[in-house]
Design a protein around this ligand. Structure first.
Ligand code: PEP
Ligand code: MG
Length: 548
């Protein structure tokens, strides 16, 4: 048995034989048989590619909708692009084969897209390479197209979206993208199709020899097991069945209000880490986005993301939620989230060091670009902004001053924004919880970050496994701070949510509901199960004293 670790693309379990999707062989530099001849071959291969793209477009349109199908229309435009054609012509005239000229043209255009500032255009760099590869396959007359003759788990370094859409979905048990990332277009399609999948697998090489190997994919834990023993197979078959039965049963909570047994209403929002994940939140019936960890935009970028790049992401989420509240957290870099281009200092105690709002105060230009992007997105729906790691009223004052400057900046540029966009703070330091009576007067809402609030209250580093056994998430000190913050929020007439991991803690749930927490924000996969759990709780029977 061989076990590997990966990152979840979409939840679920898969048990079955592996089917290897191998990348077509490299295109080598080779001479053509005359420019006329090679160019004609290119034109014919392009025609075939465009026809295949039209088919993928129609298939995706009928199965998933316009937005998902759009990529194939974009690919068609790229295939027919005149600049692309000119580059291929130059290549064949210089003596190359059509295959090599197409490869070169694809690479040239791809690096041009990569160097653009606009996030949307940057994302097109891989698309143009994919289009070139499709034309090359047509030139080579690659007849050996990938197909599945029995239900299988696909294993690949990466898979072109068009290949995925061509396959019979009933035959796909799961997908393992050994080298792919979780935000690539094919990963997004995989989520939309709800196929259990992992990406970014450590220490595994995709080889033809893996074909037919029995495998278990546990996307909940990020595990991939090759050639498991009978006992493991039985154990995972049971887990898979339980998971599927439970998923089917939870569907009855879709579209319902979140109500306790005694009729008290609360809201269940979702936490997301990328703008693409909003689809998961919607599919799982989240009533809003309680925490969009915007720093992931910075983490995925090679340099400071521009206002425009950030705006594209924020707008995408706000529009997708169609008027439901979206709470976007401003930059939370530092501590365990380090980024090279920020050039952060090495520190003795990074969790207590230069992070989040502290960086924004010292580097206001970074914060200003983010606030402008957020205000711009605010006109597309119900957007609220929250600031992490707050410890004092003076920091809140700084945030308001910066927000005002961002508004003035947009006014001068004639860009519309919602001047009433709500600004809240995370209560994730003991200082913020203890001072919550004063802070509540200056902000529109609170959201409790229990991950950090627990680490700072208990003085237990959240990323140090050595001391994790000392960590008691139900410690009364934490519950007291949550209760204090909730009372102070309500006294000031502002709502309060919880967006840390404790929001779905079964043991504390009755306590949160009894003290009147207005919203709980959890990973998309937990929304419906949390709604079910809440429906079984009668807050009249909850004794708050027991928790504090
Ligand atoms: C928290 O601290 O609880 C939180 C939600 O933020 P993060 O886990 O991103 O620090
Ligand atoms: Mg935090």
């Amino acid at each position: 048995m061989n076990a590997y670790k990966g990152t979840r693309v979409f939840e679920g379990y898969a048990l079955g034989k592996l089917a290897v999707y191998a990348k077509p062989p490299e295109v080598k530099k080779e001479e053509g048989k005359g420019s006329e001849h090679e160019f004609k071959r290119f034109v014919k291969a392009r025609e075939e590619t465009v026809a295949a793209l039209d088919t993928s477009f129609m298939e995706t349109l009928s199965k998933l909708g316009q937005e998902e199908a759009q990529l194939f229309a974009t690919h068609k435009l790229m295939a027919e692009d005149l600049d692309f054609e000119d580059l291929v012509r130059e290549g064949v005239e210089a003596g190359s084969s059509a295959e090599y000229a197409v490869k070169q043209a694809g690479e040239q255009l791809s690096s041009m897209f990569s160097s653009m500032d606009d996030a949307y255009m940057k994302e097109r760099a891989n698309d143009v390479k994919e289009v070139a590869m499709r034309i090359i396959s047509a030139l080579r007359k690659d007849t050996e197209s990938f197909s599945l003759s029995e239900p299988s788990i696909i294993i690949c370094d990466d898979l072109p979206s068009s290949e995925l859409m061509k396959l019979d979905k009933k035959m796909i048990l799961g997908i393992i993208f050994v080298k792919g990332g979780s935000n690539s277009h094919v990963a997004i399609l995989t989520r939309m199709l709800e196929i259990p999948a992992l990406c970014d697998i450590d220490n595994l090489e995709v080889k033809k020899g893996l074909n037919g190997t029995f495998a278990i994919l546990d996307a909940a834990k990020g595990d991939l097991i090759l050639s498991p023993g009978m006992k493991t197979v039985t154990q995972y078959s049971k887990k898979k069945k339980e998971y599927e039965d439970n998923k089917a049963r939870l569907q009855e909570f879709r579209g319902k209000k979140t109500l306790t047994k005694d009729g008290r209403e609360t809201k269940i929002y979702s936490n997301i880490a990328s703008s693409f994940e909003v689809e998961n939140a919607i599919r799982n019936d989240a009533e809003g986005i309680g925490l969009f960890r915007s720093e992931f935009i910075y983490l995925e970028s090679k340099d400071y993301p521009t206002e425009e790049e950030q705006f594209v992401h924020y707008k995408r989420v706000v529009e997708a939620m169609k008027g439901k509240q979206v709470i976007i957290r401003t930059l939370d870099i530092g501590a365990d989230k380090k980024i090279d281009y920020f050039d952060l200092p090495d520190e003795e105690n990074p969790a207590l060091g230069f992070r989040s709002i502290r960086i924004c105060k010292e580097r206001p230009e970074i914060f200003a670009a983010q606030l402008c992007a957020l205000y711009r997105a605010s006109v597309y729906g119900n957007l609220a902004v929250m600031v992490p790691m707050i410890i004092s009223g003076s920091e809140v004052k700084f945030v308001h001053e910066m927000a005002k400057l961002a508004q003035e900046n947009l006014s001068v540029r004639g860009i519309p924004f919602n001047k009433d966009m709500k600004i809240g703070i995370m209560v994730e330091t003991p200082a913020a919880a203890i001072m919550s009576d004063l802070l509540a007067k200056d902000v529109d809402f609170f959201s409790i970050g229990t991950n950090d609030l627990s680490q700072y209250t208990l003085a237990i580093d959240r990323v140090n496994p050595r001391i994790s056994s000392c960590f008691n998430p139900h410690h009364k000190a934490i519950c007291r701070l949550i209760k204090l913050s909730t009372e102070n929020a309500h006294k000031a007439g502002i709502p309060i949510g919880i967006c840390g991991e404790l929001a779905r803690d079964e043991e504390l749930l009755p306590f949160f509901l009894k003290i009147g927490v207005d919203e709980l924000s959890v990973s998309p996969a937990y929304v419906l199960s949390l709604r079910e759990q809440i429906s079984k709780i009668d807050t009249r029977e909850v004794d708050v004293e027991k928790y504090i």
